[in-house]
Design a protein around this ligand. Structure first.
Ligand SMILES: [Zn+2]
Length: 210
């Protein structure tokens, strides 16, 4: 897991860009106390890494951010707030619970706002909602994430969403066999296994009176 200065492959284990966005916070346990969107620049780099933003758009937004640092901070705050609100809702979803009313209304409002600004464009094989920098300014990344979220909520992926047994990250489990337990074997899987090994080793020592 990185700190937001460089985004690595291991940061994109969600299987859907909206979940990768949720996974820009949180560390080795269930707490959401590690922040990887450390500044607006880190958010833009994440945007280009996921291809939600083109390099040209990111450069355009970087220039815009320099002319209004306060607005850039506001855009970053809005991204983080939407992320944590959506995380609460999707944690309820994967647990089979009702979404909390307040958070649900915030998510709905953000998606509606993004669609209001977007245009309906023809893609290669189907139509898609496109938010533009002209319309959204520094809020472009948030608008694209909200549109991606709308698409996730209506997709067949939603019932396959799981929460890592060890951390707060969410992912789509597309496997057909045993349910996937960890966001990634490299991160949480191996940590869980070494903790289990340590526990067993310790129990063995206690039994043998070591
Ligand atoms: Zn994990």
């Amino acid at each position: 897991m990185t700190t937001g200065s460089v985004w690595e492959e291991e940061d994109f284990v969600g299987g859907h860009v909206a979940l990768d966005f949720l996974n820009t916070a949180g560390g080795a346990n269930k707490a959401r106390d590690v922040e990887r969107l450390v500044d607006y620049g880190a958010a833009l780099r994440w945007g280009t890494a996921t291809k939600l933003l083109t390099e040209d758009e990111a450069s355009q937004l970087t220039r815009l951010a320099h002319t209004g640092p306060q607005t850039a901070q506001h855009a970053l705050d809005s991204l983080r707030a939407f992320r944590e609100t959506l995380h609460i809702c999707l944690m309820a979803e994967q647990a089979g619970s009702e979404w909390p009313w307040y958070e649900r209304s915030k998510v709905e409002k953000q998606i509606k706002a993004a669609l209001c600004e977007a245009s309906l464009d023809r893609g290669d094989e189907r139509f898609l909602w496109t938010a533009s920098a002209q319309q959204c300014g520094l809020a472009l990344l948030l608008a694209r994430i909200a549109i991606a979220t709308e698409s996730l909520l209506r997709s067949d992926d939603l019932p396959r969403m799981r929460n890592c047994e060890r951390c707060s990250w969410l992912f789509i489990d597309r496997g057909r066999g045993k349910p996937r337990r960890w966001c990634s074997m490299a991160a949480c899987g191996s940590r869980a296994k070494s903790a289990r090994y340590y526990r067993r080793h310790k129990e063995g020592q206690n039994r043998d009176g070591v």
